[in-house]
Design a protein around this ligand. Structure first.
Ligand code: ATP
Ligand code: MG
Length: 566
């Protein structure tokens, strides 16, 4: 650990854990868990939770379980289980074989439910879900009692067993905890524990037709696994009394000394210019607003990976965001800053032109191909150099030339000299136009004495341009991704409209580019196209047709903001 990290103040969760260790709580054992519901792909918010749970276990010599909270067979799928495991591994974490499922505990949960019934703490209710919610009351008005609330233990046991045996239609009965109808905490007003669902579960098949509610399964699952620190997002704070109530009423005296999980809540990660609820992400996928869960515009881990984000950049982002007790929204610029920072150190530089303007070097020999030396990464000398072919006909970026340049435009213009990176000084002699008056090519000369881009006589040029040989290059498909939503807060819409109305119509532009041939010869996948941004080889890329995704542009508004604040 670096000194800087050592010096970092503890966040409130670390402080709590260090205190627990000092007090020898749980015999100094630290066991966290990451508990996804396999009903969608993981997003960057989950990444924060993964980094937190696995990170704390690592820091304090503990362990972190992976537990799937798979209590709703209708929405869950093995596709999601597999993607979640892949994403956690990619982020650089491992659960070391501790892969658990709430469904592993279905029988135990069922037995505990019978125990609660026998203790007079749960009852079978025939009200429909809508009726239950209509009778819930408000925080100041108590719930109306269910007419089934005072069924006898015997009747409840019999009915619950029949529910399990499949004798009642879906939705006709539930098992409810008998707690407190006047509690100011709505979650304590006889919450539903079990509902009837005739659906095949991805792990237990048709074994069950009653399924525990998340709230009934979660705390007991933590307890079963001996989780010492159960970390979750703030919305679960109000569920905590219910989790405690279940355990208080379930654990028999012999088990009192077993680890009682301590739940601690932290603020969920919110990012601007995106949505981060699995429900909405699923909608984007299902309605084809994006091309799947791993569309590079999605805030999913798989989307970010395909976009070209690195695990290090995401871990670093999670670290910088930290954990807080209060909800806030993080600027997506910080995430982009983190990936730039990482790729700046790692990415292979190449030159590519996306919007080409032809340049003919008048005084350069026809058919000559010169291999010039270029630096692979100025941040990392060990990455070495490569050869870039220079020829008589070249492409430069159309934006890098102006026929009538305004005052502050220092790039190429008629009569002006600029440097071509790693190549030569060139001077624009002539502008060639078509019948429509559009510029089709530039006629230039080069100074042979400026080879390598070095000034032969101390003469200065004000700009250095990237370029690509017009004859020695690789044509590639370039996917220019931008933020998926054009509004900082996508949820902000006029009445009757939806977040979909805020989708940025420019979030994907597909174009063609000319890249130096080196990209075909390397196994590197991350590139900085000089002056344009960071790009990542897409999964669709083949040797016949290269495809690159723009990960992020080079302009970093966030680092400017942060350095001006420093
Ligand atoms: P969503 O609200 O996006 O549907 P979820 O909370 O339903 O997500 P789960 O699969 O239940 O998704 O989440 C697994 C874990 O990840 C939970 O512990 C949850 O608290 C945490 N988590 C989910 N979203 C975020 C977030 N935005 N920031 C931090 N942690 C999160
Ligand atoms: Mg959840």
């Amino acid at each position: 650990m670096s000194q800087e990290e050592n010096a970092k103040p503890l966040n409130f969760i670390e402080a709590m854990i260090e205190e627990d260790i000092k007090l020898n709580k749980h015999g100094r054992r630290i066991n966290t868990r990451f508990p996804p519901e396999p009903n969608g792909y993981l997003h960057i918010g989950h990444a924060k939770s993964i980094c937190l749970n696995f990170g704390l276990a690592k820091k304090y010599n503990g362990i972190c379980n992976l537990r799937f909270d798979d209590t709703n067979p209708v929405k869950e799928d093995v596709e999601y289980v597999d993607s979640i495991k892949e994403d956690i591994h990619w982020l650089g974490f491992d659960w070391e074989g501790r892969e658990y499922y709430a469904s592993d505990y279905f029988l135990q949960l069922y037995e505990w439910a019978e125990l609660l019934i026998k203790k007079g703490k749960a009852y079978v209710c025939d009200l429909a879900a809508e009726q239950i919610s209509e009778m819930r009351g408000t925080p100041s008005v108590p719930a109306a009692p269910s007419p089934y609330r005072n069924r006898s233990v015997e009747e409840n046991i019999e009915l619950f067993r029949k529910m399990r045996a499949g004798e009642f239609p879906e939705g006709s009965k539930t098992l409810r905890a008998k707690i407190d109808l006047a509690s100011p905490n709505m979650h304590m007003r006889d919450p539903v524990m079990y509902r009837i669902i005739y659906a095949e579960h991805h792990r237990t098949g048709k074994q069950w037709c009653i399924y525990p509610m998340y709230d009934y399964a979660h705390g007991q699952s933590d307890f079963k696994e001996g989780i010492t620190h159960s970390l979750c997002t703030l919305e679960f704070e109000v569920h905590r009394p219910l989790y405690d109530w279940f355990l208080d009423n379930i654990i028999d005296d012999a088990e009192v000394n077993r680890t009682r999980t301590r739940q601690t809540e932290f603020a969920r990660l919110n990012l601007n210019y995106t949505v981060m609820s699995k429900r909405l992400l699923l909608q984007l996928v299902k309605e084809n607003h994006v091309h799947g869960w791993d569309d590079p515009r999605m805030p999913t881990i798989s989307g970010l990976r395909r976009r070209g984000f690195t695990p290090e950049s995401i871990r670093n982002f999670a670290e910088r965001v930290g954990v807080a007790k209060r909800e806030n929204t993080i600027d997506v610029g910080l995430l982009e800053h983190c990936v730039r920072e990482d790729l700046n150190q790692k990415a292979q530089r190449v030159m590519g032109v996306l919007n080409p303007l032809k340049v003919v070097i008048e005084n350069y020999p026809e058919n000559q191909v010169e291999q010039l030396d270029a630096i692979n990464n100025p941040e990392d000398e060990s990455m070495g150099t490569r050869k870039v072919p220079f020829t008589k006909t070249l492409y430069i970026e159309r934006d890098d030339f102006m026929e009538e340049p305004p005052k502050k435009f220092f790039r190429l213009a008629p009569g002006r000299e600029v440097r071509l990176r790693y190549a030569y000084f060139i001077t624009c002699k002539n502008v060639v136009k078509n019948d429509l008056g559009e510029i089709t090519e530039l006629i230039c000369t080069y100074d042979p004495a400026s080879k390598g881009g070095n000034s032969p006589d101390g003469r200065k040029v004000k700009a250095t341009l990237h370029w690509v040989s017009a004859t020695e290059n690789v044509k590639a498909e370039i996917r220019l991704y931008d933020r998926l939503f054009s509004k900082e807060n996508p949820y902000e819409v006029p009445e009757g409209r939806s977040f979909l109305d805020n989708i940025n119509p420019e979030s994907l532009k597909i174009t063609e580019g000319y890249i130096e041939p080196f990209v075909k010869t390397t196994s590197e996948k991350h590139f900085q196209f000089e002056r344009l941004g960071y790009f990542f080889t897409d999964y669709d890329s083949t040797p016949e047709k290269l495809v690159f995704n723009r990960t992020v542009g080079l302009k970093d508004s966030w680092s400017k903001i942060s350095s001006s604040q420093e």
